[in-house]
Write a protein that binds this ligand. Structure first.
Ligand code: M6R
Length: 605
């Protein structure tokens, strides 16, 4: 959700550094881009509609020289359509800035500023922020004080990169509720929305806390709390390198990331258990005392939570509710028994998930985060953290991160089942042995091309249904989201028994219905529901466990998945569904890694 990069150095390298950073950040938003650099003592702003490549071309055409100071931005529109005037940076008087987040009270600030004679060109909240900062700066000409005052006036979320026209060797930054790091080179300093943006230049970075102000010169970084007290900081070193953000010969990041699933699932599981349940018990927090768990997340992370609900409730007999974070944060949740609020998030920055976590904390309820990004806001706020080890995920549609979330949640279910006495040590260790085969199974599923024919069928339609029960229903939700997200085909996921309560009226001759059937205890029920849609002309693609003997009059096309322990069945079965969506989107010529209107990390409400 908007990417920010900033550079201050001793060599005039701004253009290359900023464009490299923007390309690495483009997955966060890609409807317009812009940069500001100092040219002949002027802070020059260059902006374009569309992708970073357009900005690169414009800079080349203008023969713009590089500078020792610059900020840049790739946008995911919130206020105002994607066009050049709404693109960042925004400039007013002494201030030029880029912004990720939303200034919620921009309307009232605009009124105040208009009375002061400010005139606005764009529809954005960001332009108001630039003008407001200019307004307060001109009162005292003290930059930190102006930032402090602006911080107190702004409601909402922001990460800012700022250039003041009268200090052309210094980069300023400030954040609240939107991510921003400061990175440290030899004689260069950077700001960025996340670590991959600076990996080509340095691996050393500093995390900026809530409401902090950073002042960067080529050889120094100073960080101030909102009271303008300078604080010490730790310089961390990123473990990934620049190759993590390369396609490595794959046509799309999504395909590369699906191929990484065996490795990252193995890395995630091995971080918690090798061969013995006691390792698992020791590596996860002790959750014995909680009588209910609220899993609160968004999108695919929530669908991973739905799988976990089914596994935990069945294996450990603990009540689990799965909640949409944007609803949960406003719904006065009931905590009448010892409750754990579990936030699942790849990015660790999703605004609604973070707000849900903060709500639970404010009620004195314990929180746990399952996140992929070390040091992310959700990881920093939660009482307990368990990391997935998916590495950087660039494609907007999550695949490998989702698999690692389900893998870790499955281990959590096993852990809870064991500590609550529903499985003994011998049984638990036998299950651990079984789940160790998962990476190998995933490799096999990735090589398998059964989905190709089904993709051809689906790619010719504009309406698709997914049906399943139990775990398979949770899987349907994820598979359906994946398909619509990248192929723009309208798709609905239904609990198989629910279809006849209304939606079956939409089934007509040829409507593709993807039925998932891997739940042993529900197999016959699902098969009956398949018959119902088949009788109404549906074109049924059946994703079925290979040991279920389903007559060929039940389906038009079949994708078999192996029988594995129920704890990992969802991860094995999701692979052909991910590949199916990928293939459909490819056949339809869609922009797979950067689908329209979307962004990877949703840091606004
Ligand atoms: O970073 P998070 O895991 O919190 O993101 C949650 C959702 O925005 C995310 O899973 C989204 O649904 C994906 N684009 C789906 O592929």
């Amino acid at each position: 959700m908007c990417g920010i990069i900033g550079y201050v150095g001793c060599e005039p390298q701004s253009n290359q550094v900023l464009l490299d950073g923007l390309k690495a950040l483009e997955y966060r938003g890609y409807d317009s881009a812009g940069m500001a650099i100092v040219v002949n003592r002027d802070v020059r702003v260059i902006k374009t509609r569309g992708k970073v490549a357009n900005l690169e071309k414009k800079i080349e055409d203008l023969h713009l020289p590089s500078s020792v100071l610059g900020i840049a931005h790739t946008r995911w529109a919130t206020h105002g359509i994607p066009n050049q005037s709404n693109a960042h940076p925004h400039q007013h008087g002494m201030v030029t800035l880029v912004h990720n987040g939303i200034i919620e009270n921009y309307g009232e600030l605009k009124e105040l500023l208009t009375k002061q004679g400010y005139v606005f060109e764009s529809e954005t909240d960001t332009e108001i922020a630039a003008a407001y900062l200019d307004y307060v700066y001109k009162k005292s000409f003290d930059k930190k004080q102006a930032l402090q005052e602006a911080n107190k006036a702004f409601r909402g979320s922001f990460a800012f990169g700022i250039i003041f026209a009268d200090e052309q060797d210094t980069l300023y930054a400030m954040r609240r509720n939107s991510p921003l790091i400061v990175a440290v080179g030899e004689h260069e300093r950077y700001i960025a929305s996340d670590v991959p943006a600076i990996l080509k230049y340095t691996k050393d970075y500093i995390l900026l806390d809530q409401d902090e102000i950073a002042v960067l010169k080529k050889d120094e970084v100073k960080i101030y709390t909102l009271d303008l007290v300078e604080r010490d900081y730790e310089v961390k070193t990123a473990t990934m390198d620049a190759s993590a953000i390369a396609k490595d010969g794959y046509e799309h990041f999504m395909l590369k990331e699906i191929h990484e699933e065996p490795r990252v699932v193995k890395d995630t599981m091995h971080a918690y258990v090798q061969d013995d349940i006691d390792q698992l018990v020791a590596s996860l927090p002790d959750l014995r005392k909680y009588q209910q768990i609220h899993i609160v997340s968004c999108g695919s992370a929530m669908y991973a939570g739905m799988i976990a609900k089914s596994l935990i409730e069945q294996a450990a007999r603990i009540r689990v509710d799965v909640e949409i974070a944007s609803e949960y944060r406003y719904k006065h949740p009931i905590y009448d028994v010892p409750t754990l609020v579990l936030i699942v998030s790849q990015s660790g920055e999703t605004a609604d998930s973070l707000a849900a976590l903060l709500l639970a904390k404010s009620q004195g309820v314990d929180t746990m985060a399952i996140v992929n990004v070390i040091g992310s806001s959700i990881a920093r706020e939660a009482k307990y953290v368990a990391y997935t080890h998916a590495g950087v995920e660039i494609a907007v549609a999550t695949t490998k991160a989702y698999c690692t979330q389900v893998a870790l949640l499955s281990l959590m279910a096993l852990n809870l089942a064991y500590v609550h006495g529903h499985v003994d040590k011998k049984q638990a260790n036998a299950i651990i042995q079984e789940v160790q085969q998962l990476p190998e199974m995933l490799e096999h599923m990735i090589e398998d091309v059964q989905y190709v024919q089904a993709a051809k069928i689906i790619s010719r339609h504009n309406n698709v249904f997914f049906l399943g029960r139990g775990l398979d229903y949770a899987l349907c939700m994820e598979a359906s989201l994946k398909l619509k997200e990248i192929s723009y085909i309208h798709s609905e996921a239904y609990a198989a028994g629910e279809l006849k309560h209304g939606t079956i009226s939409l089934i007509e001759k040829g409507t593709p219905v993807i039925a998932i059937c891997t739940e042993e205890s529900l197999y016959e029920k699902t098969i009956s529901n398949i018959k119902e849609v088949k009788a109404r002309g549906a074109n049924v693609i059946l994703v079925v466990r290979e040991d279920f003997n389903v007559g060929d009059d039940y389906y038009d096309y079949k994708i078999s998945v192996p029988k594995v322990n129920r704890l990992i069945q969802g991860i094995v079965s999701v692979v052909p569904l991910q590949l199916l969506s990928y293939q459909v989107a490819n056949l339809r010529g869609c922009e797979i890694d950067q689908p329209r209107n979307l962004a990877k990390s949703v840091t606004v409400e």
